[in-house]
Design a protein around this ligand. Sequence first.
Ligand SMILES: NC(=O)c1ccc[n+]([C@@H]2O[C@H](COP(=O)([O-])OP(=O)(O)OC[C@H]3O[C@@H](n4cnc5c(N)ncnc54)[C@H](OP(=O)(O)O)[C@@H]3O)[C@@H](O)[C@H]2O)c1
Length: 298
Amino acid sequence: MSEAKLGGRFTFPGTSLTVNRVGYGAMQLAGPGVFGPPRDRDAAVAVLREAVAAGVDHIDTSDFYGPHVTNQIIREALHPYPPELTIVTKISARRGAKGEWIPAFSREELTQAVHDNLRNLGLDALDVVNLRSMHGTEEPAEGSIEAPLAVLADLQRQGLVRHIGVSNVTPAQVAEARGIADIVCVQNRYNLAFRHDDALIDQLAAEGIAYVPWFPLGGFSPLQSSTLSAVASGVGATPMQVALAWLLHRSPNILLIPGTSSLAHLRENLAAAELELSPETLAELDGIAAAAEPERHG
Ligand SMILES: NC(=O)c1ccc[n+]([C@@H]2O[C@H](COP(=O)([O-])OP(=O)(O)OC[C@H]3O[C@@H](n4cnc5c(N)ncnc54)[C@H](OP(=O)(O)O)[C@@H]3O)[C@@H](O)[C@H]2O)c1
């Protein structure tokens, strides 16, 4: 597979960071429940190395995956990093002794989180840091994000963070964030069956801001749909490949970070960029969300 084929290139607005639209999400590399070490650390290292060898130049992570474990595996696998690699991390939480996700938005905690990422990734500055909102868990909820974002903007002025993004946010929070810092990406939950952000994606596309869907394959329970399966067998691909290809077709500002701990799934996911979907097929796939959520799309 040639690098040029990973969905084409995207430049984060106002930056010199250009990445292939098909990247990789590293959350699945930690142990069960995103806590502790993976069952097979060598396999995790192999997945990262193969991803980068295949042209992936955008990796999404966080120091709270593990915690620390995922970043340490990224460092072991890839440091010293190729100059073209963009590593995007996120801050918002710390982990309890049993793996609990504990919100961590004080100035001290956010600063600590940036330093944890720097240390465990082996970097002097982080390419992009997403502030994940403290309002809402699976879905964003309204509320100001000004105070933690101002802390992140301070860390950017200190040179520890190059660029800022936001995660799990509403359109109002994106607007608020853009008044505080230059926002280069928004990372929210979105996929073929979960499309609450359709309007936001179009708005961000007009502004050239990246939209990076998390759970692009449905997350811990990958997408299941008879329509998806039928389309996939019709085009000679797997359902997960069709789900990823649909996202690439959905909007040019969408960047993919599918997560996997498996080399076979990694290869399958990267190959999804080759899949052309006709307008008729896209319309059929659009029906999946309408059927799943008639109250929003009916
Ligand atoms: N900002 C946030 O709040 C937030 C939240 C969640 C995630 N994220 C980011 O988003 C990235 C992606 O999310 P995710 O990994 O949770 O979910 P995902 O990419 O939607 O799905 C990952 C799941 O799908 C499976 N899978 C991957 N490729 C497959 C394939 N080709 N065929 C069948 N199953 C496949 C994986 O299992 P295998 O390991 O067995 O392949 C895993 O169970 C994460 O890595 C993380 O960086 C961000």
